[in-house]
Design a protein around this ligand. Structure first.
Ligand SMILES: *[C@@H]1O[C@H](CO)[C@@H](O)[C@H](O)[C@H]1NC(C)=O
Ligand SMILES: *[C@@H]1O[C@H](CO)[C@@H](O)[C@H](O)[C@H]1NC(C)=O
Length: 448
């Protein structure tokens, strides 16, 4: 199936927008100073009870715990034709479906990070390498693009020289458009071979220095965005996270096979053996929690296909109550998810590969207000506190990556949200300015 306006998420602008805007409407009832390194940061808390949560320090984590920041290529790099790059499905989609992708004409330029390096001051940097730069035609038979190889060699070397551990996402939504057109992308088993070939090239080329690989970013979101008419935040319900099961046990869960039936491709015996316990760590991207309602008699009119299959529907609110204060900030959900994952999936190593919150862009707001993102620091600290509690309960969380380093292009929502530790001025040559959160993170990671 090809992406088209009729199957693009219509729900996208309801749940996310409402939740994030309300972050700003929350009234502060308490102001507190949080210590980080030798500095203090004044933070407003929506609820005085949160003052305990924000006391968590970087030194409360195990010595080898990795603190990082994350980005993805399609959202930041720009330079869509530089060094012989091929077209990704996202470049095609943004160009052909204006109106569905907000600010779509700004997508190709990203924030020009392909041409700009920066000093990060963190322990690890998670970024993605675009398949279409390394293999512009999508397939290995089309040749490896040496210019792109040189580019990422130099980026990786620069990171390592500065003591920053590279963590590379192999596929972050930017599938080659050529493969979409050739055989329908993910829906065809040929994808497996091409993905293997591409991954092999990355391992052979960069694997001597990159020891940490994230295979496919948010496979569930990818399926929802691309192939359903909806968008769902990471849920807490068991059935909605069961796609992890094959990686641990070598097959889909029985309940899933029973409900999806012949639409669920079967693994061969060889694949089952290869899959079982095949990962070194699970990457969890966590932003917020919603509710899942049990739907013993799912309705095809009112529910999305994955909800029908799961016999559970995604709900933002239960009896009119939405999780989190401010809305969308629910660290308890992360702790529960981590503890559930430990029990259910044989206590794997886990990285929080993304966590963060975006302010609503408003170009008439004074710059000092835009840079003063204390709410983001509170959000991050409360989630770090939840992770720290999960670690004390035996969950093997090995690292944490803030989404994101720099304001970027947030897919269908375009430039609407400002997740960056750095502000980007889209009217002035992508000028970068550190927000309070950038200064705080650097101070926080100083082990004094
Ligand atoms: C998968 O793609 C190949 C071409 O690479 C094509 O021959 C085959 O029919 C496709 N299979 C399906 C199920 O679409
Ligand atoms: C944008 O910011 C200005 C100045 O602070 C404010 O007056 C206006 O209400 C804001 N607009 C929205 C949509 O929040």
């Amino acid at each position: 199936m090809t992406l088209s306006p009729s199957n693009w998420p219509k729900k996208l602008f309801t749940s996310t927008t409402v939740i994030h805007v309300l972050v700003f409407l929350s009234v502060a009832s308490s102001t507190l100073e949080a210590a980080a390194g030798g500095s203090t940061f004044e933070l407003e808390l929506p609820d005085a009870a949160q003052s305990e949560e924000i006391k968590v320090k970087s030194t409360d984590f195990p010595g080898d715990f990795v603190f990082g920041v994350a980005t993805s290529a399609a959202q930041t790099e720009g330079a869509p034709k530089a060094d012989g790059k091929g077209q990704s499905v996202w470049e095609y989609f943004a160009a052909h479906f204006p109106g569905i992708v907000k600010d779509n004409t700004k997508f190709p330029d990203g924030i020009d990070s392909y041409n700009r390096y920066m000093d990060l001051g963190v322990g690890s940097y998670r970024f993605s390498i675009p398949w279409t730069r390394i293999l512009p035609s999508g397939a290995l038979s089309g040749g490896v693009n040496q210019k792109a190889v040189d580019h990422y060699n130099s980026l990786i070397n620069e990171l390592i020289k500065n003591g920053i551990k590279p963590s590379v996402t192999i596929l972050h939504f930017d599938l080659p458009q050529a493969l979409e057109e050739k055989y329908g992308g993910y829906l065809n088993r040929s994808f497996v071979n091409d993905f293997r070939d591409y991954s092999d090239v990355l391992f052979k080329t960069f694997g001597d220095r990159v020891k940490h690989w994230v295979t496919i970013n948010e496979p569930k979101v990818l399926a929802l965005y691309g192939y359903e008419n909806g968008w769902a935040p990471p849920g807490c319900t068991r059935r909605s996270i069961r796609f992890t099961e094959p990686l641990v046990f070598g097959d889909y869960p029985k309940s899933m096979k029973e409900s999806v039936k012949e639409r669920l491709p079967a693994f061969t015996e060889e694949e089952k053996t290869a899959l079982t316990g095949s990962f070194d760590f699970l990457g969890i991207n966590y932003y917020l929690s919603g509710f899942a309602r049990n739907e013993p008699n799912p309705s095809p009119e009112a529910m999305l296909p994955h909800e029908i299959d799961a016999k559970a529907s995604d709900q933002v609110a239960k009896n009119g109550v939405v999780l989190g204060n401010p809305l969308g900030s629910y660290p308890e959900g992360l702790q529960k998810l981590l503890e559930y994952t430990k029990t259910k999936y044989q206590n794997p190593n886990i990285y929080i590969a993304e966590n963060g919150v975006g302010g609503f862009r408003n170009d008439t707001m004074p710059l000092e207000v835009v840079l003063n993102d204390g709410f983001k620091i509170v959000y991050i600290l409360r989630h770090l506190n939840a992770i720290s509690k999960a670690i004390k309960n035996g969950v093997k969380v090995k690292g944490y990556y803030i989404w994101t380093l720099l304001d970027d292009f947030e897919w269908g929502t375009g430039l609407m949200f400002q997740y960056g530790l750095y502000n980007i001025d889209f009217n002035d040559n992508f000028k970068r300015m550190p927000r309070l959160s950038a200064k705080w993170y650097q101070a926080y990671l100083q082990k004094t």
